[in-house]
Design a binder for this molecule. Structure first.
Ligand SMILES: [Zn+2]
Ligand SMILES: [Zn+2]
Length: 326
């Protein structure tokens, strides 16, 4: 089968050994397509993942072979995420599922940018769902990234009718803003790029390149990875408000101690979703509360390197790698 692997500064499509079930539980799925996540870019650019790694986790796939206690069957088209929390450890008990050791250790094999992927029984039991009929494969591939946003909204724990500002309107910012709206939050977005502001407006949410004077929000959602955006967050959060950190920044340097203290701010992070967040995400996509049509640019598997380059150059909002023609 073909897979796309990290090869120093390149992403190369190469031949890998076919997968076999060998009486294991789980399923071998044919990957129809896989979204390119910001975290894939970070792992590639900062060489966090070693050579030979197959990135990608936002898959839409068809079950080819299955041995499972679930109701899934051969031919089903599904979405799944990659990590599963144990539900029992101290992290899980406190809702910090993405810190759970089991969560970090679980993954899809070898990775989403592959013609075939092996899913464990645990994936099938906890994080896999049938693709809803009313969603295209590309729309359904937003299941995992939207799940991350749903978790962030829940962690911020704002009240119905509270105000929120999303800083950074890349595809994640667009999802975050819509997720906030779906939870009854009065949300606006901002970005320095006018085209991105227009995209959020087209989804019925107010957005600005320059925020109105005296604007402030109960919650700030930082989906921008720019160092400067931290100042924007501190400027627009109301005293006593919350800043939810949802992106790494190059300088890894940020929120001022004295502002947090004197202004009684809460700064909190949110990383990866729990199974419940993912389920909510799929419901929001299915019901149309969150819309994603038009966000993705589609690339053929052989052009995956171009998808990485275009994403890094900010030329596109979101790349979807079409892996199978089915
Ligand atoms: Zn992702
Ligand atoms: Zn755990």
């Amino acid at each position: 089968m073909k897979t796309a692997v990290i090869d120093n500064d390149k992403i190369k499509v190469t031949q890998a050994k076919n997968l076999t079930m060998d009486n294991q539980k789980g399923a071998i799925v044919k990957v129809l397509g896989c979204g390119l996540c910001g975290s894939d870019i970070v792992k590639f650019v900062h060489k966090i993942s070693k050579n030979g790694t197959v990135l990608g986790h936002e898959i839409v796939a068809r079950i080819e072979e299955i041995n499972s206690d679930t109701d899934f069957k051969k031919g089903d088209v599904i979405v799944t995420s990659h990590h599963i929390p144990c539900g029992k450890c101290n992290f899980c008990k406190h809702g910090n599922v993405s810190m759970c050791e089991h969560f970090k250790a679980t993954n899809i094999f070898p990775g989403g940018f592959s013609e075939y992927v092996y899913l464990t029984e645990e994936h099938l039991q906890n994080v896999a769902h049938l693709k809803p009929d009313n969603l295209t494969q590309i729309e359904a591939s937003f299941y995992e990234p939207l799940g991350c946003c749903v978790r962030a909204v829940k962690r911020a724990n704002l009240k119905n009718g509270d105000s929120a500002l999303v800083i950074g309107l890349g595809s994640i910012g667009i999802l975050m803003a819509q997720a906030l709206k779906a939870f009854g939050i009065n949300v606006v977005g901002c970005d320095l790029i006018p085209e991105r502001v227009e995209i959020l407006k087209s989804y019925g949410i107010q957005a600005f390149t320059d925020l109105p004077q005296n604007f402030e929000a109960d919650g700030i959602f930082m989906t921008s990875g720019a160092d400067k955006a931290i100042d924007t967050a501190l400027k627009y959060v109301r005293s006593g408000g919350k800043i939810l950190v949802f992106s790494s920044t190059p300088k890894n340097f940020g929120y001022a101690n004295n502002e947090i203290y004197y202004r009684e701010l809460t700064v909190l992070g949110s990383y990866s979703p729990a199974p419940d967040d993912l389920k909510d995400s799929l419901d929001m996509l299915k019901s149309g509360k969150v819309k994603v049509s038009g966000l993705s640019t589609v690339y053929r598997f052989n052009d995956i390197e171009q998808a990485f380059e275009d994403t890094m150059a900010n030329k596109i909002m979101k790349a979807y790698i079409k892996i199978s023609d089915d």
